[in-house]
Design a protein around this ligand. Sequence first.
Ligand code: AMP
Length: 214
Amino acid sequence: MKRIIVFLGAPGAGKGTAAAAVAPKVGARHVSTGAMLRDAVARGTPAGLEAKSYMDAGGLVPDAVLYRMVSELLAGEKDGATLFFDGFPRNEAQAAELESLAAAGGAKVESAILLDVSRETLLARLGGRRVCPKCGAGYHVQSLPPKKDGICDACGAQLTIRADDQPATIAHRLEVYESATAPVIGFYEKAGTLRRIDASGSASEVAALVQAAV
Ligand code: AMP
């Protein structure tokens, strides 16, 4: 059986940062559907071409694109693998569909970890976020700066600001989170598998809390 642990929380809550930090410590794989989609856009694949306009606007990419990606991913994983899902599911339909995709792919959704932070903190985190376009590593100008200004520690590429981290797009992504994604919390609450984590601390504090919960 493959294990899936879902990371929930608003854009800027630190899902990607925590999942990337904890995954290697517990032998898990960090799966970011956002990073997979950004890669598909960069490579100009059919999925990328379909996803680009939705992503640029800060909206959600059609569910069918995600379902194909996730089922292929699960099929390619070995039995016994642990997967940290960062960014999927993002609405109630995806949460329900994930149960079927998991069953078909020999996997089980074990728990959902909710990273809880105030709106103020989210805005501060999103505004200072930087990303490596080459290897996907994430940074923050204040809380998680690279060793050399503007340069990726891991691969040396020039860091960029994500296209969807512009102020107007950020506001829209937070609205999409409230209306479409926040209800997913209730889905896992009902299932009895939700764990809430106070994610207002530093990246290493949040990683320690997440590691204790997985
Ligand atoms: P993220 O890196 O998780 O913030 O995702 C970046 C963008 O990718 C989102 O704003 C969406 O446009 C798209 N995306 C990522 N995951 C999903 C998903 N599960 N459903 C729909 N769109 C998604």
